[in-house]
Design a protein around this ligand. Structure first.
Ligand code: MV4
Length: 502
């Protein structure tokens, strides 16, 4: 059984993993770069080791250094978190060679799903719906014209080594085919050292819906339902929620079964995520599989009632899954927002620096996974995401109100954050209605821009409407003052706290 885990990561996710270690009586070991000497994950761990300069290529990404620390401190296992080495098949292999358990899937599963053409082929073989397109790399331009005539324009050219939006090209017209493919190939070669590209039919205005799965090393696999991740900016998720507002019980059941089939096709074990692209009429297609714990895993944990890190550790210990598919159900509604150290009112410019004051939101149904504290200086070397705010409520409308309340109570000074932007999202009609797609942010610019312009006018209109509504519902004015005890309507208005801050 695992007694000590080296967490090969930093920031909020390192702490997230260590919290579960502590609950399981497992010792945790932190590693840290020069820029992370004062990071909270170092303080939270039972032991911590310095691994080099601030640049992640010289610290968090150096396999030899992580292995050296794991051997030195006699860790039984390594948890990679997300990013860094989490989807590095070579690292997973190296851990196993050194007799250290890699808390994640096999290098075979990481490799197969990491190469998008190989993954498409696997999925076709497993009967999982994929976007119409090619299942072999495009080797000659004639072949590209042939498949594009079959599937029709527009199409997406994607790098096989890409994913998450890197190395993609949209092609609208025949005249763009040759140059588009050439551009995608050279971009892919430069970015990934691999110029293999494939073609997919372009799905316009899609929804991004993903399914969480858990698989053990005894051939059991279950899904933990979906997450709706369509609120994105430049391929970065901003808001995630579960259940998806557009899902039906029938489609959920089908997609869940395909997610399990996808995982089984690569003999998957540990936690993983199957991403689907979904159109407005709920046609869905496999997009890619993420072979790691994801940033947005807490919303699934809250609605399904499972600690995904605990299950990852149990699976790494060769234990069979503790639940069957029918044991799991979705309870209530959870929403997560990602807090970035960025200035939403200045083109999302990174805003590293010292946190002067922080008041974290608390209260019923609120979870805050972060790592910054008062006086901490956010380094500029890593991802600007500083925390995740997760709320739960029995229903979606209540979860939105709870998120607004939590964002209202979340105070950080010294740096700029995306908190005001997230509040605006919670007040945007397309979000409140649900049914939004991946163009949500692009399509709602007028609601999402800084306070002084249109979004303030919209709030003013809402405030005036609320006031008129209030007047129309107010008690009739007391005309005869017989005992002097009746407060005037204006005083009553002044006492209504909610209306003081329209
Ligand atoms: C697509 C697509 C439309 N059609 N593929 C972007 C990230 C990567 N995982 C795949 N992506 C897309 N692939 C086809 N055939 C549109 C996107 C896409 C997108 C997908 C999910 C979430 C946000 C997105 C934003 C822009 C484009």
């Amino acid at each position: 059984m695992i007694k000590k885990i080296l967490v090969a990561n930093r920031g909020e996710i390192a702490i997230r993993v260590m919290r579960t270690c502590r609950e399981m009586g497992i010792e945790s070991v932190a590693v840290f770069s020069e820029a992370d000497r004062n990071s909270m994950h170092v303080r939270y761990a039972d032991e911590a080791y310095f691994i080099g300069p601030a640049a992640s290529a010289e610290s968090y990404l150096v396999v030899d250094k992580i292995i050296e620390v794991a051997k030195h401190c006699k860790a039984d296992a390594v948890h990679p978190g997300y990013g860094f080495l989490s989807e590095n098949a070579g690292f997973a292999d190296r851990c196993e060679q050194e007799g250290i358990i890699f808390i994640g899937p096999s290098s075979f599963a990481i490799n197969t799903m990491g190469d998008k053409i190989t993954a498409r082929k696997k999925m076709l073989g497993a009967g999982v719906p994929v976007v119409p397109g090619t299942s072999e790399p495009i080797m000659e331009i004639g072949k590209a014209f042939e498949v594009i005539r079959q599937i029709g324009l527009p199409v997406m050219v994607k790098a096989s080594a890409g994913g998450g939006g890197k190395g993609m090209r949209l092609i609208h017209e025949e005249s763009e085919i040759e140059s588009g493919i050439q551009a995608a190939k050279s971009e892919a070669l430069a970015a990934f050292g691999n110029d293999a590209v494939y073609i997919e039919k372009y799905i316009d205005s899609p929804h991004h819906i993903e399914f969480q799965i858990l698989a053990d090393k005894h051939g059991h696999c279950i899904h933990l339902f979906e997450r709706e991740c369509s609120v994105q900016r430049r391929h970065q998720k901003v808001v995630e929620e579960t259940p998806s507002p557009i899902m039906t019980p029938e489609v959920r059941k089908e997609m869940g079964a395909y997610a399990v089939a996808a995982a089984k096709a690569v003999n998957y074990s540990s936690a993983g995520t199957i991403e689907f692209i979904v159109d407005d009429t709920l046609n869905y297609y496999f997009l890619e599989m993420n072979t790691r714990l994801q940033v947005e895993h807490p919303i699934t944990e809250r609605v399904v009632g499972v600690d995904l890190v605990k299950e990852q550790i149990n699976i790494a210990n060769n234990l069979p899954l503790r639940f069957k598919q029918d044991d799991l159900k979705q309870n209530g509604h959870a929403i997560e927002v990602r807090i970035y150290a960025e200035d939403p009112d200045n083109n999302f410019m990174p805003s590293p620096g010292q946190v002067k004051h922080i008041t974290e939101p608390l209260g019923l149904g609120v979870r805050h996974d972060g790592y910054v504290y008062e006086g901490y200086t956010i380094p500029m070397y890593y991802d600007p995401m500083i925390s995740k705010l997760i709320v739960w409520a029995p229903s979606r409308p209540e979860a939105i109100e709870r998120m607004k309340r939590a964002l209202y109570a979340y105070k950080i000074t010294g740096i700029k954050t995306s908190i005001p932007f997230l509040s605006r999202i919670m007040n945007t009609p397309d979000f409140v209605k649900g049914g939004y797609n991946t163009h949500f942010i692009q399509n709602n610019k007028q609601y999402l821009k800084p306070n002084d312009t249109a979004s303030q006018r919209l709030r003013d209109v809402a405030a005036i409407t609320t006031f008129i509504d209030y007047l129309s519902k107010a008690e009739p004015k007391t005309t005869v003052s017989n005992n002097g005890s009746k407060a005037s309507n204006w005083k009553a208005f002044g006492r209504k706290k909610s209306l003081n801050r329209l």
